[in-house]
Design a protein around this ligand. Sequence first.
Ligand code: MN
Ligand code: MN
Length: 469
Amino acid sequence: MEEKQKTAGALRREALCYAPKNGFDRLSAEDEAAMQRYCEDYKRFLNACKTERECAAEAVRMAEAKGFRPFVRGMELKPGDKVYRSNRGKSLLLAVVGSRPLSEGVNIGAAHIDSPRLDLKPNPLYEDCEMAYFKTHYYGGLRKYQWVSIPLELRGVIARKDGSVISVSLGGQPGEPRFVINDLLPHLGVEQSKKPLSEAIPAETLNILVGGRPFQDDDGADRVKLTVLDLLHQKYGITEADFISAELEAVPAFEAVDIGFDRSFIGGYGHDDRVCAYAEFAAILELETPARTAVCILADKEEIGSEGVSGMQSAAFDTFMSDLCDSQKVPLKACYEKSFCLSADVTAAYDPNYADVYEKRNSARVNYGMGLCKYTGARGKSGSSDASAEVVAYVRRVLDEAGVFWQMAELGKVDAGGGGTVACYMANRDIDTLDAGVPVLAMHSPFETVSKLDCYMTYKGMKAVYEAE
Ligand code: MN
Ligand code: MN
């Protein structure tokens, strides 16, 4: 068929208008196959890693298999060398040394591996009405009503006074018991149902059911609690006081699975921000000798403000970078001012079910690729680093040249709320930083949804950023 002559208007429209397209209308067969493989690997990672410690440990295992070795201060480094440093087992820093000197800056990917969850309180175990419970203190910005009546599993560590650390993972394997926070039955929920969502489930009712069988051959009090303590002692060798020095996290006992008839989505716990962490981590594992040194950060504590020794505000990152710079006798400041960081964190995907909180022209759409955010923040960009126009232009070029599908996005309506990432802490170090990541539906819920295409494009984007000269 003869091609119809385009009107002058159509030609001008093509040349002048910004009109992003659905990624599936542009995806090559090669990218489609790579996307499917990538997403299977990502689901495996997500199922294995439900805490920051598990993510860090699994990343060390995978990195060592790819030739990364622990970075020791004073170690000599040459281009192509692959090193990592674990920060107390809760955060991980990796680098692949580039052919150009560190004085010319590094390319950084910064994502976080902590996710919203229910931490156990230091004195968690109690009995009430012959049922045993754990008290919890929620971690991160979660909507409490979403955490009742779902199966939970327990992961984390118990550190004993003698220095030994016991690893706990219970409920994740088939046949293992799980836990639950019981919700109120609707029959008696008349008053509760009238309350705002944020008040209907007070934090002090987020108590996890952990047992119901009284200890036999005992006439004391709290026999159900005693049974639980007895079982914990048999399994882990701990006493009640050991909870004081434990980090036990109740996390959803959901597997990462395909969602939809067309399997175009992945549902799972902890996409925020393991979906970006896995993308930048998988990308750095693929590097040989980049031009600029590539640095991958898997940070902890982002969900509570990036505080603490394992958070992005910690000097641990500066120490790692300064140790790297020392190996080339480059001042850290000289390296930072020439560096670039992609703060790889999720953004909100436009959800037509909640259209009134989004601003449609500036929202990330599922299947439109990696979502770039010039700024995050709340109430007039507060708490955001607001990347410069030049930095955004640089990233546009890098991603376009690598064939990465991306889109520009804000979280939602200006007055609807807001959020932050590690970007400001990177920018405060004098490192040019831009936010970018996978758009997520139902972010911070126990079961979040992402699009496979966006996951893969974020991986591809991270690789392009690492490889940029
Ligand atoms: Mn995040
Ligand atoms: Mn978050």
